[in-house]
Design a protein around this ligand. Structure first.
Ligand SMILES: [Zn+2]
Ligand SMILES: [Zn+2]
Length: 135
């Protein structure tokens, strides 16, 4: 039997496609940057259908999926923690974990090409400053 993996369920604000974040990847992302528990659980995610990069606040249950906020899925959804995004304001130490469907089998060149298709849609840090698209 396949391992069942707990996911935080969101839907894309633009096209309504599923954003299925494995909790263990979220934990990994938050642990890697030492986020305080009082912080809002702000993340950015790239929709796999419309390719828009948007902010999501995991503490906001209004963003929950029609299936509910959490569900066990039989298969790994493919969503992973890509990297922490740095705030454009250098005095601000915020970093926002970015999630995307990221195929581990593709080459670095293919990854770059995929990342170039993303549309950065006013992504902001936890402090409300703009985040610039990483090079
Ligand atoms: Zn979308
Ligand atoms: Zn900031």
């Amino acid at each position: 039997m396949a391992r069942r993996i707990l996911h935080r369920l969101l839907t894309c604000d633009g096209c309504g496609d599923n954003i299925l974040l494995p909790l263990e990847k979220l934990a990994q992302a938050f642990a890697s940057q030492g986020v305080r528990t009082t912080d809002k659980e702000a993340i950015a995610a790239v929709c796999n259908r419309c390719k828009h990069v948007r902010n999501y606040d995991l503490a906001n249950s209004n963003l929950s999926h029609t299936w509910g906020p959490l569900a066990y899925l039989d298969v790994f959804s493919g969503w992973v923690f890509v990297e922490p995004l740095k705030c454009a304001d250098t005095a601000c130490k915020a970093s926002l974990p970015l999630f995307a469907i990221w195929n581990p089998a593709i080459s670095p060149e293919e990854r770059q090409a995929y990342a170039h298709t993303w549309k950065w849609d006013g992504v902001k840090c936890q402090g409300g400053h703009p985040i610039v698209k990483p090079k």
